[in-house]
Design a protein. Structure first.
Lengths: 564, 82
């Protein structure tokens, strides 16, 4: 067993000139970072943190986007033995008020000692950091990190880290997610890399290509820590650049002979629908051995669409693979065997909905197509249980629970919610519904109130609260939920808000205001914003907004409108 | 010509991007900075413009500082059609 710092030291001593990370920016030459540069420039950050009084075990928040400063500031914290955490969502669109509210939510439980950001955010972050009650001792600005002349690795406090020390925190977005940091230890992450590396047969000849943001487990673990700690080359681009030009991913795979990617389901549809042939001239995808679909519900139709679109560029069908995971287990919990296609089956719709049993479809009755996420990775055990925590039979739908040697240490400074997340015996309750057949895990819905939009976790209560802030909206009478869109391959956000008026023009005006307010304050785009008159929103007998009942009502209205 | 082009663009945005066919989009309404069009839909708009008007908009131009309204987008297209 080992620590992050010990592994870095080995690379520094043995293979300092090996390229570890390549960063791509449009219209600029690719920026290659060797292990020597990675460690020396990260040491600049470590020295700056130490001078300001940041100590081992302190939290450092990184408010940065794709680029070298994000890489160096992260590893700088690790070299010092401090705990880095990347702040999700920093876009120019975000309003100052929301930005402050997000930081306040993040600071409230992580108690950071340092914050790193760009010069343009200096004033805002400093203002908040100096407000009473916060622990921040310094705001570090990327253009003011002095270069260190000498590097004495052995003197860095991070070298003394214990395997059980927390090495990083991971948050999802929004005020709910920001108050819930997943704390992971060196040991948990190495145990995960061992097990997952075996599952995907990782070798040092692999080349990982990614556009994923690093604040999310898929980007952070699979496309940042795994390659750097295992000596595998990773080529990264920004999600903002990819979404405007999805062909860049395929071009980079071709240019670097990429072998591995991880993508959320919507990305398959997005690439298949929005890339033109002329942007693919000369592209060769034959090196690509696995593209692992994970972090939102996986659809075989998305794989088919993607394969049909790109097979003439050398894409193999068996490249398209699946996995299921969560940050609390570091990253993956299951992985399909890469030598086989993911198992796909048709199940009877009625049995699934009425009896919660996934019976194979029969007699041409209406069916639902399901794709397996593979089998548990070697260090992870998975069970499916009922609401009392008892195992359910094969093919019966229940909550997926898991146990492994790579579990989170806890939600940081949140012993209360950490305790609630486990069943007796140390089984973590995923909040996802699923069923098992022959050891294959199928994910079939969510118990927890969360949406997954383009691979990002979004809490509906955050969106509902934002909609309530718009003048005219009836307080407490808003609902947010996700609606799966087959053509997009992902959930789209629906927000319903009640007002006192029945006037349609007024409804449209308020809907626009909600759309604007939600976009500015959450960086999530709402596809449907529906403003409704009094008494539309359904509540439970205890007065809570019933999301599923309102969703059904919305779908019924949408269907009758489409028929009209 | 320009009014027709503006209407074609506005109809596409209302029907295909916002999925609100009846919705009226004024030529000067902010599209990107207001959040009306999210980043996932920008590439659709660029592809539509190319197919319909034969003008290419580079991915680096898909931001509010290049165009933020139907009017500005129509002007950009017109300037490239010459």
């Amino acid at each position: 067993m080992t620590t992050f710092t010990a592994v870095l030291r080995d690379f520094y001593e043995r293979e300092p000139d090996r390229v570890s990370v390549t960063l791509q920016h449009p219209n600029q030459p690719d920026f290659h970072i060797t292990y020597r540069e990675l460690i020396e420039r990260s040491n600049d950050y470590a020295a700056a943190y130490a001078r300001a009084g940041v100590e081992p075990g302190d939290v450092v928040i990184l408010i940065l986007q794709h680029g070298k400063d994000l890489v160096y500031s992260f590893w700088g914290a690790v070299l010092l033995g401090a705990i880095p955490s990347m702040m999700p969502f920093l876009t120019e669109k975000l309003s100052p008020e929301r930005y402050r509210a997000d930081l306040a939510a993040l600071f409230s439980h992580s108690h950071p000692k340092g914050v790193v950001t760009y010069p343009e955010f200096e004033a805002d972050v400093k203002m908040l950091a100096t407000e009473s009650g916060y622990s921040v001792c310094e705001v570090f600005i990327t253009d003011r990190i002095p270069q260190q002349e000498k590097l004495d690795l052995s003197s860095l406090p991070g070298m003394n880290a214990a395997e059980t020390d927390i090495v990083l925190l991971q948050h999802s977005s929004g005020s709910t997610g920001l108050q819930k940091g997943v704390a992971l230890s060196h040991r948990a992450i190495f145990n995960h890399l061992d097990a997952y590396g075996e599952s995907i047969r990782l070798t040092r000849d692999d080349v990982i290509v990614s556009w994923l943001p690093l604040y999310h487990d898929m980007g952070l673990i699979a496309c940042f820590l795994l390659p750097i700690l295992r000596g595998v080359h990773v080529v990264q681009m920004s999600p903002f650049d990819w979404v405007r030009a999805p062909w860049r991913l395929l071009r980079t795979i071709s240019d670097y002979r990429g072998t591995l990617t991880w993508l959320p389901n919507f990305a398959y549809n997005f690439c298949a629908q929005k890339i033109r042939d002329r942007d693919l001239e000369g592209v060769d995808l034959s090196s690509w051995r696995a593209s692992i679909n994970t972090s939102e519900p996986v659809r075989f139709k998305s794989h088919e669409m993607f394969y049909e679109r790109f097979k003439s560029y050398g894409l193999k069908f068996e490249t398209l693979q699946t996995s299921y995971g969560m940050a609390e287990n570091v990253f993956a919990a299951t992985q399909n065997d890469l030598s086989k296609l993911p198992y796909v089956e048709e199940i009877d719709r009625e049995s699934f909905i009425a009896d919660k049993v996934a019976r194979p479809a029969f007699d041409g009755r209406p069916a639902i197509q399901m794709m397996s996420c593979g089998q548990p990775i070697p260090n992870t055990a998975i069970r499916v249980v009922d609401s009392k925590g008892h195992d359910v039979p094969e093919r019966h739908v229940g909550e997926i629970v898991l146990k492994s040697n790579c579990m989170l240490t806890g939600y940081y400074n949140r012993a209360d919610i950490t305790k609630k997340a486990f069943l007796p015996g140390g089984w973590y309750m995923s909040g996802d519904y699923g069923y098992m057949v022959n050891g294959e895990v199928f994910v079939a819905g969510r118990k927890k109130d969360m949406l997954i939009v383009g691979g990002k976790n979004v809490y509906p209560q955050d969106l509902e609260a934002l909609a309530c802030e718009v003048p005219g909206v009836h307080p407490g009478r808003t609902v947010a939920f996700g609606l799966f869109d087959e053509s997009q391959g992902t959930e789209e956000v629906v927000i319903i808000a009640e007002v006192d008026s029945e006037d349609e023009a007024e409804h449209e005006r308020v809907a626009d205001e909600i759309r604007k307010h939600v976009t500015k304050n959450s960086a999530i785009a709402a596809r449907y914003v529906r403003v409704v008159g009094p008494k539309w929103v359904l509540k439970t007998s205890s007065g809570k907004v019933a999301r599923s009942a309102n969703k059904e009502k919305f779908i019924r209205e949408l269907e009758s409108e489409n028929q009209a | 010509m320009s009014a027709e082009m503006q209407k074609t663009i506005a109809d596409f945005i209302a029907q295909k991007i916002l999925k609100q066919p009846k919705r009226v989009i004024n030529p000067t309404d902010a599209l990107i900075s207001s959040g009306l069009i999210d980043s996932f839909s920008l590439v659709d708009l660029a592809l539509f413009v190319e197919d319909t008007f034969g003008v290419r908009i580079a991915d680096s131009e898909l931001n509010a500082s290049t165009f933020d309204s139907v009017e500005q987008l129509a002007n950009l297209i017109a300037s490239r059609q010459k």
